[in-house]
Design a protein around this ligand. Sequence first.
Ligand code: NAD
Length: 476
Amino acid sequence: MSEDVLLYINGEWKAGGAGKLPIINPATEEQIGTVAHASHADLDIALEAADRAFRQWRDVSALDRSKVLRQAAKLMRERQEDIARIMTIEQGKPLAESRIECAASADLFDWFAEEARRTYGRVIPARAVGVSQTMTKEPVGPVAAFTPWNFPLSQTARKIGAALAAGCSIIVKGPEETPASVAELVRSFADAELPAGVLNLVFGVPADISSYLIPHPIIRKISFTGSTAIGKELASLAGRHMKRSTMELGGHAPAIVFADADINVAANLLCGAKYRNAGQVCVSPTRMMVQESVYEQFIDLFVEGAKKVKVGNGLDADTAMGPLAHGRRVEAMESFVADAVAKGANLRTGGSRAANKGYFFQPTVVTDLSGDARLMNEEPFGPIALISSFRTFDDAIAEANRLPYGLSAYAYTKSAETAARVSSSIESGMISINHHGLGLAETPFGGVKDSGYGSEGGVEAIEAYLVTKFVSHRYA
Ligand code: NAD
């Protein structure tokens, strides 16, 4: 991987005015490179570039914008092996997951390339002869996007794809923990001959950059993926400056397993989904809620599955779960487990660091949690599964909806009636029943309640980057 990750501003790779910080391989805790940090002077250059480039890019035809997106997607596919390796080294996830994410990001660019050509307006029948009434969609303007370290490529691809397709320019503040893979994504656009200034990439102190960019008059739209606490701060800053925003925040997804479900399938799929990316997934199924009569059977199957998850360096072919992305997550996991056990929880497997070196944590299963355990109320964002039992449908729904989160939910049942009732009763932006089917380019992706607002997938995604203009024209 490239040793020094630079900023990309106005079509040039450059060192940052605020120095650089180390990038750490989470599997070995060794320094693997550095990432440039932007100063306010760098941000000013990026802002000016984004402003100038926006005026050009919005006038490039939708067809030509879509060609650039398609070319970047093609380059991402050609470079998949190299990019996946870079991501695994800096983020920790197994190579197979990195490859899938790289392919999914290319898929997102193709989707947005298609959407670019469908930003339709409409003609509204007028009340008088000689008047035409039309509505058109225009790009909102330069965007400031803040992207996370758990899916460095795909979460950045969602924002860049929608912005560029709509005709916006964008400044991305990438994740400082995993900057090199994001830089490779940006390089695909540079090599696809995206005009200078349309896409800019910066890194630095997150709060410093967001507090500078969000209020800036050049920036017209904010998009953030990260924790609910930070999302609320950024959304209120955006609100104070009347900036549109999309907030893709935390979740604590309920997974409801009814007694009539195929319990083997449910345990197998939920276990696989839970430990994907070491549980650092906003839509990770986290609160397994299992109907009483199949509770013990489910626990046995799930624990057996968790024990089989091979933990190791993501570069090793047989690794199913890599390290956590940084040391703060390991400390967070230890504190969650200690709190749960102190409050009477039953630790069925895991619960500790998995190695002396590297940010490894064991796949963990906890049952019999008390209602005031932090795990029952806060998003673990790591490899900890909670399993509890419920008696009736209403009990399950009440527990699922108890928390302020509402990003994703899962249910397992063979009854079409139960499936229909659960999908209409759950307060979440997405629900997947009898399989794990979230996150495709063409399907909506976003939450409700404290999980944020706006959608970063499907036909809804590009809307957030467009404004509506109504024209009433008397021509006769
Ligand atoms: P954190 O809250 O310090 O950072 C989370 C993300 O937000 C990072 O990418 C960080 O760079 C960014 N960030 C933090 N403060 C910011 C600010 N003032 N302005 C702009 N960006 C800012 O926590 P962490 O330990 O790095 O991650 C753990 C938490 O983050 C988890 O609890 C999880 O909820 C959340 N998270 C969520 C997602 C997601 O996909 N929704 C992704 C990554 C992290």
